[in-house]
Design a protein around this ligand. Structure first.
Ligand code: URP
Ligand code: ZN
Ligand code: ZN
Length: 473
């Protein structure tokens, strides 16, 4: 199958020019003006942006959490992601405490395979790491799982103490892997929560009031300091506030390899959402919590000037009915997490480019290229170049939509609310291609469950080349 994407404005993290893109099989084969080729399918991209498919390096599909399971599985989640212009996700496999990480990897392969319609990879959540298990970490890297996540939050559930974190970081550093960190001081936060409960404070708003930004900043500071001594590249996930961003900035200024992502919820939503009536604040119970609104400008500045490298979603959806309601009488029982994988590209374009905060190149870097580079998928993914996977989005910068759970063009996630309900946006994916297969076109969804492949990622800093040789027509 060959596809010619004609007359579009090709934008990568560094390029911006008008050209045709010719795709042969799974890869980009030629790029140029008025390419003299015929193709099985021609897509007219006049007036549109032709950008690399989005990469969301932080999703939780089919994730057991808080006594229930996240509402999207790999079929519904990757379909929604694709409709929104994301063509690769990195999800999280979870090591059961005391069990093998290899078993966890097998389990997550089973969850994804046959279901995902876009390419996917896994980070491994490490909950404990005794010396005898350390060789497993090297094996994981050989299996293409070149990043981990550890938690300073959720004591008794996913939490790891500093010694465990240091041990795992040391090994990750030796193996050329990246350590992702959920950085919040969960031990202190649990004490604050106990105080709140004693006072009878059980409503959703206390989720935020018991998680001060200083405790996130402290976690970020500690995570980076431990990583610095252990000799590993560290990536702070779902950074939510200015206090935490200051810690990342300080570390980077002194030359530490520290990266950080933020998420749309921290750029567009704020702490006042917890005061919504009828328990609706529960929809926004996620960790870290939503912050005071003024933090948003600081996060946008962080993105613009490079202190924050990526925008992921931390997509972890739980339905309001039946799932969020588990915490009706006690905010501690509300499953933590919110949906967003479908809306990320539009939200970042609308809030970033359309509102003059970031350039088009920066938009591509934040939504695709940075994740590809940090997590060992570049240049196979994260750019449009000869030999790269044909993961391509034809993005209409002028398309207006109103995000709503009732709008099938903006909500295909299997969850009964949208965090951005009613938001008017500019910019939307019209066509979505994954390795040369058309997933979305003018007639809507064309993808197939099971056509996504596992991406065996390279070590941090190494390049990942295309799997098949490029053929000349
Ligand atoms: O509330 C959140 N973020 N749920 C997902 C788990 C995590 O901490 O990323
Ligand atoms: Zn987390
Ligand atoms: Zn997460």
């Amino acid at each position: 199958m060959s596809i010619l994407v004609k007359n579009g404005r090709v934008v990568t993290a560094v390029d911006d020019y008008e050209a045709d893109v010719y795709i042969e099989g799974e890869q980009v084969n030629m790029i140029g003006k008025n390419l003299p080729v015929t193709a099985d399918r021609v897509i007219d991209a006049s007036g549109k942006l032709v950008i690399p498919g989005g990469i969301d390096p932080h999703t939780h599909f089919d994730m057991p959490f808080g006594g229930t399971t996240s509402a999207d599985d790999f079929e519904t989640g990757t379909r929604a992601a694709a409709i929104g212009g994301t063509t690769t996700i990195i999800d999280f496999a979870i090591q059961a405490r005391g069990a093998s990480t290899m078993e966890a990897l097998d389990l997550w392969h089973t969850k994804a395979s046959g279901k995902a319609s876009i390419d996917y990879s896994f980070h491994m959540i490490v909950t404990d790491m005794h010396d005898e298990r350390l060789p497993e970490m090297t094996r994981l890297v050989e299996e293409g799982v070149t990043s981990y996540k550890m938690f300073m939050a959720y004591p008794g559930v996913l939490y790891a103490d500093d010694g465990t974190i240091f041990r795992a970081m040391r090994q990750a550093g030796r193996d050329g892997a990246v350590m992702c960190m959920h950085a919040e001081n969960g031990i202190v936060i649990d004490e604050i929560i106990k105080e709140a409960i004693k006072l009878g404070h059980t409503e959703p708003r206390y989720h935020a009031l018991t998680r001060p930004t200083r405790m996130e900043a402290e976690g970020v500071h500690r995570a980076i300091a431990i990583a610095e001594v252990a000799g590993v590249s560290v990536y702070i996930v779902h950074l939510s506030c200015a206090d935490a961003l200051d810690e990342v900035r300080r570390a980077r200024d002194r030359g530490v390899t520290a990266y950080a992502e933020t998420c749309p919820q921290y750029l567009f939503l704020d702490q006042s959402y917890y005061d919504k009536p009828n328990f609706e604040g529960a929809k926004y119970v996620m960790t870290p919590a939503l912050r005071e609104k003024w933090n948003q400008d600081e996060l946008w500045k962080g993105l613009r000037f490079g202190d924050l490298q990526a925008v992921s979603t931390d997509h972890c959806p739980f339905c309001f009915k039946g799932q969020k309601e588990l915490g009706k009488s006690d905010f501690r029982k509300i499953p933590n997490g919110a949906p967003g994988v479908e809306n990320r590209m539009t939200l970042v374009y609308n809030g970033g480019v359309a509102q003059g905060r970031i350039s088009l190149n920066k938009f591509v870097e934040l939504t695709s290229t940075a994740a590809a580079k940090t997590f060992g998928m570049f240049p196979r993914k994260g750019t449009i170049a000869v030999g790269s996977d044909a993961d391509i989005v034809v993005f209409d910068p002028n398309r207006r939509e109103v995000i709503s759970v009732n709008n099938p063009r903006t909500h295909n996630m299997r969850v009964d609310y949208n965090s951005y309900e009613g938001m008017e946006t500019l910019g939307h994916a019209d066509y979505v291609l994954s390795r040369g297969r058309i997933l979305v076109d003018e007639a809507g969804w064309q993808g197939k469950a099971g056509s996504g492949q596992f991406v065996k990622r390279a070590r941090h800093g190494e390049l990942l080349r295309a799997v098949a040789p490029v053929t000349v027509p």
